[in-house]
Design a binder for this molecule. Structure first.
Ligand code: CO
Length: 134
């Protein structure tokens, strides 16, 4: 079912500081800040040859990552994103095994304009998993 690793998302307390650290100390290619109003996040992409790291910070008052940053005020890994070929098939399969899907229990369009679902971290060893259709 799984095909590729897509990204790891890290919530950071200061996006400019974090993006400078990745650029100036680690020597990585970092994007400009992208604001996703509808997702309530600002994201900087750290581009690597085989994958990317997404540095995230809450955007707006109702950001879904606001509480996460309050609990982890120095920042922390928020989720990993793995690709699947067919998100609907993946959904059905996961449900048949009793895996909980967050939100409305069906795919929604993620920040990359592709359908995504998030799996309950309690069903996957404390890790929030985003599945994205490739
Ligand atoms: Co993600």
């Amino acid at each position: 079912m799984l095909t590729k690793f897509n990204h790891v998302a890290i919530v950071v307390p200061n996006l400019d500081e974090a993006s400078k650290k990745y650029r100036d100390i680690l020597g990585a290619n970092v994007s400009v800040v992208n604001n996703y109003k509808e997702h309530g996040v600002s994201v900087v992409f750290v581009e690597l040859d085989n994958t990317k790291i997404e540095l995230m910070h809450p955007y707006g008052e109702n950001s879904p990552i606001k509480n996460f940053l309050e609990k982890n005020n120095n920042g922390a890994i928020h989720h990993i994103c793995l690709e699947v070929k067919d998100i609907i098939k993946a959904c059905d399969r996961l449900k048949s095994f009793g895996i909980r899907i967050l939100g409305e229990n069906k795919p929604k369009i993620g920040a990359h304009d592709k359908p995504v679902i998030f799996l309950h971290p309690k069903d996957f060893y404390g890790t929030l998993i985003e599945l994205e259709q490739e």
